[in-house]
Design a protein around this ligand. Structure first.
Ligand code: PFF
Length: 449
């Protein structure tokens, strides 16, 4: 190995880094808009159930494999059982996970760049002139490529500094800031007329929709995307954990932080939609559907900020700073997946590996910007609808079937000596072998009908 492996220096460092990966555009944008268009609290209830029933056990599979192997996703899976065909299979699944991580980052960095552009637009209006502001507001090739390059460079610079000085140090700085901005924005929005209607829509469930298969599938996809599962990010973060840390408790804390953040983001976005409506902003499309996709973030919310006068500019700056920071801490975890492979398997220096992987992914982002209509949705669907759940199942199967029960137990017992008598140990090993894969596949197949 070229260099000694990095490690998180503290529990809180790991928690903030893993929460940083989990909390992203999926929480602040994806979750609230899915909830708004899927029966409000009905979606919330199903999401919470699935997050703990399916995503948490799958997260535990990744964290445990990672810490057991202390290696990148390819080496970790290939070495779980060095005999044929497990080793070859592990190698294949490992590279599939890297491919999906690379595809996700290529569209994620592009969307993150849009957030950065929306952040600069009101700033440019204040510091320079309207023309500069308009340049940032209008989507075109140069703007998208430049903003995406900005986000990608930040991501590379953080990853090049390593686990403790890069990932941990920056997550520890950015995550509290993210939380403070979110709370500040919620405080302001909830005082505006119309906000209480939004709270009602969000918190009173439309019970009739609880068992809607489409709703359940969206909630599962959202839970997997939000917990960053299936692509080796949580596996590699787990590999940097100290042996003394209690894995089931760490995993549960990350799940709680992630779902808690998504719930809290809902308290901002859904009331904001209703406040916008009260101010006369169109929040429903011509076909009567709630504007939930990019239109929400780039039309409805900016229109709401514009109605707020002087305070609106600061709201816009704070909101898009929130989005940019959330995206950045997720992007670094995605870049760590290929970088750890370049460093550990091909002995590249971390700096070289970060620039090389970042450069390749940025080229893919530019390709997506260039062929946007053909590639953008395709990249999202291939990686998040198919890739993540299928790889999530595979990682559960690796933890449950390829790693022996004895090895699982001794790994988990390192940070939790009484694990054998815990409820977790009574349920999880069987659960991750049979129940979790079956439930994920069932939900998945249901969606293909
Ligand atoms: N969890 C991130 C979000 O909710 O925005 C997205 C993400 C990050 C997905 C890392 C996958 C991943 F490996």
């Amino acid at each position: 190995m070229a260099q000694s492996r990095g490690q998180f220096s503290s529990k809180i460092g790991f928690l903030l880094a893993a929460a940083g990966s989990a909390v992203g555009l999926g929480n602040i944008w994806g979750f609230p808009t899915q909830a708004a268009s899927n029966g409000g609290a009905a979606f919330l209830v199903v999401y919470l159930i699935l997050a703990f029933l399916l995503a948490y056990p799958a997260l535990m599979a990744e964290l445990t494999i990672g810490r057991y192997s202390k290696a990148n996703v390819v080496t970790a899976l290939a070495n779980l059982n060095p005999r044929a065909p497990f080793s070859q299979l592990g190698w294949l699944v490992g590279f599939a996970a890297v491919a999906v991580a690379v595809i996700i980052l290529s569209f994620y960095a592009l969307v993150a760049g849009w957030m950065l552009a929306e952040f600069f637009a009101p700033l440019a209006a204040k510091l320079a002139n309207q023309e500069a502001s308009l340049w940032f507001k209008t989507g075109h090739f140069q703007r998208d490529a430049l903003m995406c390059a900005g986000m990608s460079t930040l991501t590379v610079l953080i990853i090049a500094r390593g686990v403790e000085n890069g990932i941990e140090a920056w997550s520890t700085r950015l995550m509290p800031l993210l939380f403070l901005i979110l709370i500040g924005l919620i405080g302001y929005v909830l005082m505006q007329p119309g906000a209480s209607d939004g709270l009602k829509a969000y918190l009173i469930p439309d019970i009739g929709r609880l068992l809607d298969p489409a709703l359940i599938l969206s909630a599962m996809g959202q839970a997997f995307f939000s917990l960053s599962l299936g692509v080796g990010t949580m596996l590699i973060y787990g590999s940097y954990l100290r042996d003394t840390d209690n894995l089931p408790r760490m995993g549960a804390s990350v799940t709680l932080l992630d779902t808690g953040f998504a719930f809290t983001a809902g308290l901002l976005i859904i009331p904001a939609i209703y406040v916008a409506q009260a101010q006369g902003v169109a929040v429903y499309s011509d076909s009567g559907e709630l504007i939930a996709g990019p239109g929400l973030i780039f039309q409805v919310l900016p229109a709401l900020f514009a109605h707020m006068g002087g305070a609106g500019d600061w709201m816009a700056i704070a909101f898009f700073a929130l989005m940019s920071i959330a995206a950045l801490t997720s992007a670094i975890s995605l870049l760590e997946v290929p970088v750890s492979i370049c460093v550990e398997r091909w002995q590249l220096s971390r700096t070289k590996a970060a620039w090389l992987s970042g450069g390749v992914i940025f080229s893919l982002s530019v390709l997506i910007i260039w062929q946007f209509d053909a590639l953008f949705s395709l990249a999202i669907t291939a990686s998040t609808v198919y890739g993540q759940p299928l790889l999530g199942v595979t990682l559960c199967l690796f933890a449950g079937w390829v790693l022996s029960r004895k090895k699982l137990l001794s790994e988990l017992a390192k940070g939790h000596p009484e694990i054998e008598s815990s409820l977790f140990w009574k349920i999880w090993p069987t659960y991750v072998r049979f129940v979790c894969p079956a439930l994920i596949i069932l939900t998945f197949v249901q969606s293909l009908r």
